[in-house]
Design a protein around this ligand. Structure first.
Ligand code: GAP
Length: 513
């Protein structure tokens, strides 16, 4: 199936099975805002738990906080967000549509890559077994021509972005003859900077000080609390503070479902360290975070690091962990060595000393910070895209199954009476009443057993139990495993032991190296 089709199917599957709904749907929706349904919220909570416990339970020197979304407006001045948290936007005068100038240019670069890929595919068909892709890419004149154009564009684009040269960004769009996808014209306005923060008013006074922002990242809540946590928790450097919470960005181009949203959730951890040790810690966190992702079993080939060429002025190293989504490798997490930029800025703007006293060195300093920052929604998207599977069964039937890691699945066990009478529903309820304290169970008595299995496959339930007449006699049931569809007869008293070991977040954490 083409990757584009997979993505469309995932989006409609998410809606049909209670994972993700467009927000305010009965009012025709609100762009780039989504609600999580009954299964979505469970999957999302499991992802959050996996992250939280891997940080806070498995690291003695990491603790969590939950800071407010509203913060003093000067925080965003100090952090640089008021002046520099911008995207370059451009309007098409004919369609009246607004675009990110950098995204238009990036899409243009992707078009050159697509042209190269097409040449490679054509040649592979032509040469068959004997095709040497590397040699073809190095020598084919058409490939080389596309590559030369792409590289020249990349260089020009990177320079314009680095120099913050908006006129040059526009010129690139003109020179590359990029057209508006809606109107098909090149009638572009100037490029302007657009601040991504949402503003609102606090209290009833009308002065400027009452303007506050919805936080665009959770990290600043950690920075401004770091000394509170350090002192009250008697933390010694190196130590980390983790937080999960909502963030808001007025994205100009919001697209690809829950990939780029205006309201989303982040899981961020700031690790406070001694200046000079940051590159060692950066390397360690890169390894640890990649291991966390790969522990889900989706295959190492589906992840890659993308080291940043262009560093923010406060960072001295930065990388993204990218996942192979149906629309290409895309950033899911950022790992940044942020120096002491944020803490120093907060010292400057607040006028308060927030230095750390190091008892071993007997001196005070402003710690450096390694940040790991991952979007819950993007993680959710990567998990669901990778797990979605359409399978041909013997007999020609197709089943849709979500091969979710069992520890992330919304429902762990479905209990089904074979028929809705003769004491079977009561027996099924008895099993659920016992097991519901250990993991999420669902009772299902509607439709044929086959249909019930399909429904559970479609939401990724790893185990199904069928209660039949034999169950009433010998306290055994049929246990079915989602992926192999294998069934076996087991004692009811053994169910908890068999299932629990495979479906808890603890089981996933234990596999982490
Ligand atoms: N504190 C650092 C920070 O916020 P970022 O790269 O801007 O860094 C971190 O964001 C992560 O947050 C991204 O890797 C992504 O997973 C998620 N994220 C950012 N913007 C998002 C959006 N508009 N919608 C969904 N997730 C987003």
């Amino acid at each position: 199936m083409a990757q584009e089709d997979v993505f469309k199917k995932v989006v409609s599957h998410c809606k049909e099975y209670g994972f993700v709904f467009p927000s305010s749907e009965i009012y025709d929706g609100l762009a780039a805002v989504y609600d999580y349904g009954q299964n979505g919220v469970e999957l999302k909570n499991n992802i959050k738990q996996y992250w939280w416990q891997s940080m806070v339970l498995l690291h003695e020197n990491i603790v969590g906080i939950d800071s407010a979304i509203f913060m003093h407006p000067t925080i965003w001045k100090a952090s640089g967000h008021v002046d520099a948290f911008n995207d370059p936007l451009i309007d098409n005068r004919d369609s009246k549509k607004r675009y990110r100038a950098d995204v238009l240019i990036e899409d243009q670069m992707a078009k050159y890559d697509e042209k190269i890929d097409k040449e490679v595919q054509k040649a592979r068909k032509r040469f068959g077994e004997s095709f040497d892709e590397a040699l073809f890419r190095e020598t084919n004149p058409r490939v080389l021509e596309h590559k030369q154009k792409r590289d020249a564009l990349h260089e020009r684009f990177a320079k314009a972005m680095n120099d913050n040269d908006l006129a040059e960004l526009r010129q690139i769009i003109i020179d590359e003859e990029i057209v508006c996808p809606i109107s098909g014209t090149r009638n572009w306005t100037e490029v302007r900077q657009f601040n991504l923060m949402f503003k609102t008013e606090m209290g009833s006074t009308a002065d400027a000080a009452s303007t506050i922002y919805l936080r665009p990242e959770t990290a600043q809540g950690i920075f401004v609390n770091y000394l509170n946590v350090q002192k009250t928790g008697h933390m010694k450097i190196p130590f980390g503070i983790a937080q999960i919470g909502k963030a808001f960005r007025n994205e100009i181009v919001a697209r690809q479902f829950i990939f780029r949203m205006r309201e989303f959730e982040q899981m961020e951890m700031q690790f406070f360290i001694k200046p000079g040790t940051e590159l060692d810690w950066f390397a360690k966190w890169k390894t640890w975070r990649m291991a966390w992702h790969q522990n889900l079993g989706f295959g190492a080939e589906n992840y890659r690091f993308h080291d940043h060429d262009k560093l923010a002025h406060y960072a001295n190293a930065a990388t993204d962990i990218e996942f192979n989504m149906p629309f290409g490798f895309k950033e899911v997490e950022g790992i940044h060595s942020r120096t002491n930029f944020d803490l120093s800025q907060h010292e400057k703007y607040s006028g308060k000393s927030i230095k750390y006293f190091d008892p071993e060195l007997n001196e005070s300093y402003t710690p450096y910070v390694i940040e790991t920052s991952i979007g819950v929604d993007r993680m959710f998207l990567s998990v669901i895209c990778h797990s979605y599977c359409e399978e041909k069964l013997e007999g020609g039937e197709t089943r849709v199954v979500l091969r979710l890691p069992a520890a992330l699945a919304p429902v762990k066990l479905a209990v089904m009476p074979l028929v809705k009478k003769n004491g079977l529903p009561e027996k099924a309820q008895e099993i659920i009443n016992d097991l519901r304290f250990h993991f999420n169970c669902q009772y299902d008595e509607k439709d044929s057993i086959g249909k019930r299995y399909r429904r559970q496959d479609a939401i990724g339930t790893p185990y199904c139990v069928t209660v039949d007449f034999q169950s009433l006699e010998d306290d055994t049931v049929t246990l079915r495993w989602r992926d192999s569809m294998e069934q076996k007869r087991v004692k009811i008293s053994e169910l908890q032991g068999i299932i629990e070991d495979n479906v808890t977040i603890t089981s996933l954490l234990k596999k982490l190296k």
